[in-house]
Design a protein around this ligand. Structure first.
Ligand code: PXL
Length: 278
């Protein structure tokens, strides 16, 4: 056994992501963990599913769910290990109503300071129809547990029940999603709202802030949504206010998009080390 002068017990902020694996490293749990590490939080993962893009089929998603027992066991191990210390989690891709039920049960077994819901209804390459039952379960079971949510353009339209074309629409959608959930909302327009800027809207019931930066290209980058929500999660775990966490996460993602990683997929991946070289 080492003596105490040989080691130091470190107590970083703890952050859990409950998310899917995206093997190429652009999105999902991989993006979350890299983001947590980059921002100084100790990351943990409970894996919900495994996504493998198919290079023979236009990079569409091949999706395999993790067994419900195995999802529950991962959460049991994590929650038992850090009982009383783990107070912040991020929810990424669930993939099915049964996974949503398993995750909701585990979440309800303890108190949380922050539950950041990235309401992944669909990821690139999937048909919207596949997501509808998951969409309903997510609204019914996870949205009420969320303290912060980060819907993208499509997800904001679904959750708010309206079309979004302008920044004003995005503001109205953020308001509606807040009214329905009580959560702080960071609704992402990204490249999808016309104009020179990538605009996101933050609304927590009191403060409405439009976060705007010049667009970097016209195409969405893989992992931007995952990394944004993971950065919010890490910042909240470290003690930031929700508004500070939103602002910091936007900077993190903007620099990560500027320093993107290109492969053979039609979409580039975000580089989580962007803030090392602003
Ligand atoms: O970007 C959304 C997303 C989240 N989680 C996983 C994914 C994707 C998109 O590819 O594969 C696992």
């Amino acid at each position: 056994m080492p003596t105490t002068d040989q080691y130091d017990v470190h107590a970083p902020a703890l952050a859990l992501t409950i998310a899917g694996s995206e093997a190429t490293g652009g999105a999902g749990a991989q993006a979350d963990l890299k983001t947590f590490q980059e921002l100084g939080a100790f990351g943990m993962v409970a894996l919900t599913c495994i996504v493998s893009f198919d290079p023979q089929d236009d990079w569409n998603h091949r999706f395999v769910p993790v067994d419900q027992d195995v999802i529950a066991h991962q959460l049991e191990a994590i929650q038992a290990n850090y009982a009383g210390q783990l107070r912040t989690t991020k929810l990424g891709m669930m993939g099915s109503p049964s996974t949503i039920a398993t995750v909701a049960t585990a979440l309800r077994s303890q108190d949380w300071d922050h539950v950041v819901l990235d309401p992944v209804l669909i990821c690139k390459g999937q048909e919207p129809g596949h997501a509808l039952d998951t969409d309903e379960a997510l609204k019914a079971e996870l949205l009420p547990l969320a303290t912060f949510t980060t819907p993208n353009h499509f997800e904001s339209e679904q959750l708010a029940g309206m079309a979004i074309e302008t920044v004003e629409d995005l503001q109205e959608a953020a308001r509606r999603i807040h009214e329905a959930s009580g959560a702080a909302v960071l609704a992402k327009g990204g490249v999808r709202i016309a104009g020179p800027d990538a605009v996101d809207v933050y609304y927590d019931g009191e403060t409405l802030e439009v976060l705007s930066t010049p667009k970097i290209g016209e195409h969405a980058v893989s992992g931007a949504g995952c990394s944004l929500a993971a950065a919010v999660t890490a910042e909240l775990a470290k003690g930031a206010t929700p508004l500070e966490a939103a602002r910091r996460a936007k900077e993190f993602v903007t620099e990560g998009i500027r320093q993107r990683v290109a492969g053979n997929t039609p979409f580039d991946a975000l580089w989580q080390g962007g803030l090392r070289r602003p």
